[in-house]
Write a protein that binds this ligand. Structure first.
Ligand SMILES: Cc1cc2nc3c(=O)[nH]c(=O)nc-3n(C[C@H](O)[C@H](O)[C@H](O)COP(=O)(O)OP(=O)(O)OC[C@H]3O[C@@H](n4cnc5c(N)ncnc54)[C@H](O)[C@@H]3O)c2cc1C
Length: 435
């Protein structure tokens, strides 16, 4: 047990919990929850701290999940894999590689914990694919009274539907069962295109590629498009060398990009030229590798991020409005805007619940002012009924969020039942779910 200042990855949150515990199993979590209850303290499970929002800020007992990172069960007949909740995604990928399995889809980094990623609705891209929580088929949790329960579509289905993207508000997840798929390769084709050309061909680009996304460089017409398509492991394709990975992902996208952002922070008037340069340096690439190596890359340049899920059909209008906003208000935006896609799903608090979705993520280098830019962009996203990523920055409250989710009240009802004393709340959850 220890206490010290805790900070999240992006530096947007710094808090001192009353104490920190690092449990090794569900019994130790149950003890920590009961002891906190006896003292009237709140409890917060913390994963890798990669959320930008205050969702993960612990103000009472912080439960550090890092010691619970083991494999529980791998069933190569059903491809169901059960792991302890604090396992990092990169560790999970190693386990899956060893069994010829893979995650069906994932986001663009692998540093998060499994439970943290699913709790906030972490997603990747792909018009026919869904986020990580949708791949979960069962959960085990320690509840506010210290009991351990299991849930799935068959067992306590209402709790399961809520806990799939549970925001850490319902209990502490101890084990996660994930429906995996046979391992596969991705061929990545990265091509610069003009923004108007991407928007003109958007429907084909999204439909004709398994995982399409693009980065638009503000203050320019440039984008970098990424088309990732799936191939079986049997197809023989030449993989990139370590040097090629270092050059593209280590040097260009991190070392050089950090240097250019530092210059932009010191001399803001250079940002448009630096973005034009970045649009040229992040250039065409064509390579194939095992899926998770293509889905994810290292992200060492610190930034702040807000991301909204908008109805797929309004995306072109949203991007044109965003471009006009950046030009008219003269915001200095040194980070590209990332645009991704997802199929509709049925997870209660999923940002893609019930509708085909496009994700628009605005970023700002951590030494740049971000709030005015993000708030102005949020007005555009809110006007089209956008839903903010739960783990990224936004300013909406329970009333406004409730209007955007058909099953919001059902989620609140489950929360009232399983955590009436709000043992697992914090300030962020009070804002987005109500007290
Ligand atoms: C560089 C970077 C890249 C990113 N890329 C993507 C991306 O491509 N796609 C995307 O959708 N998001 C992305 N994100 C956001 C990130 O995936 C989410 O914020 C995710 O929640 C972080 O996981 P974590 O383990 O750090 O969780 P934390 O931030 O530590 O916690 C998040 C929430 O999960 C809860 N939680 C954690 N463990 C448990 C548990 N065992 N039981 C109950 N609740 C728990 C916490 O209490 C908290 O509410 C990115 C973030 C960064 C910093």
């Amino acid at each position: 047990m220890s206490t010290s200042l805790w900070r999240n990855w992006s530096g947007t949150e710094a808090v001192e919990p009353v104490r920190t515990v690092k449990p090794g199993n569900a019994n130790e979590i149950a003890t920590a929850v009961r002891e906190a209850a006896a003292e009237g303290l709140r409890v917060k499970a913390v994963g890798a701290g990669h959320s930008f929002s205050g969702i993960v800020a612990p103000d009472g007992v912080m439960v550090d999940m890092s010691a619970m990172d083991g494999v529980v069960r791998v069933d190569t007949g059903t491809n169901l894999v059960t792991v302890e909740a604090g396992m990092r995604i990169w560790q999970l990928n190693q386990v899956l590689d060893a069994h010829g399995l893979a995650l069906e889809n994932m986001g663009d980094i692998d540093r998060q914990t499994v439970s943290g990623a699913i709790a906030t609705g972490t997603h990747g891209t792909g018009d026919r694919y869904r986020g990580m929580a949708w791949q979960v088929s069962a959960l085990a949790l320690v509840m506010a009274d210290g009991s351990e329960v299991r849930c799935s579509a068959e067992e306590r289905p209402e709790l399961f539907a809520a806990a799939q993207i549970g925001l850490g508000a319902l209990g502490i997840v101890t084990e996660v069962t994930i429906q995996c798929v046979p391992a596969f390769q991705l061929q990545a084709v990265e091509t610069p295109m003009r923004l108007d050309a991407v928007l003109a061909d958007l429907d084909e680009l999204v439909a004709e590629n398994d995982h399409f996304e693009f980065y638009w460089f503000p203050h320019t017409e440039r984008t970098l498009t990424k088309r990732n398509n799936r191939y079986s492991m049997e197809e023989r394709r030449r993989r990139p060398t370590r040097l090629a990975y270092w050059w593209n992902e280590g040097f260009t996208e991190n070392t050089l990009f950090e240097a250019s952002n530092r210059v932009g922070a010191r001399f803001p008037q250079t940002v448009p030229s630096l973005n034009r340069l970045a649009g040229r340096v992040w250039s065409a690439r064509n390579y194939t590798d095992v899926s998770h190596k293509v889905f994810t890359s290292p992200r060492n340049v610190k930034f702040r991020e807000m991301e909204y899920a908008v109805p797929r059909e309004v995306l072109p209008a949203v991007l044109r409005d965003l471009k006009a906003l950046v030009d008219e208000r003269h915001f200095n935006v040194s980070f590209p805007v990332e645009v991704r896609f997802a199929a509709a799903d049925d997870v209660w608090l999923s940002t893609a619940h019930g509708r085909k979705t496009a994700y628009v993520a605005v970023h700002q280098y951590h030494r740049h002012e971000y709030e005015e830019y993000f708030k102005a962009a949020a007005e555009i996203f809110n006007a089209v009924d956008g839903r903010p990523h739960w783990g990224k920055l936004h300013w909406l409250d329970a009333k406004r969020l409730g209007e955007r989710y058909g099953r919001f009240d059902d989620f609140l009802a489950v929360r009232d039942e399983v955590d009436p004393e709000r043992r697992f709340a914090n300030a962020y959850l009070e804002r987005v779910l109500g007290a």
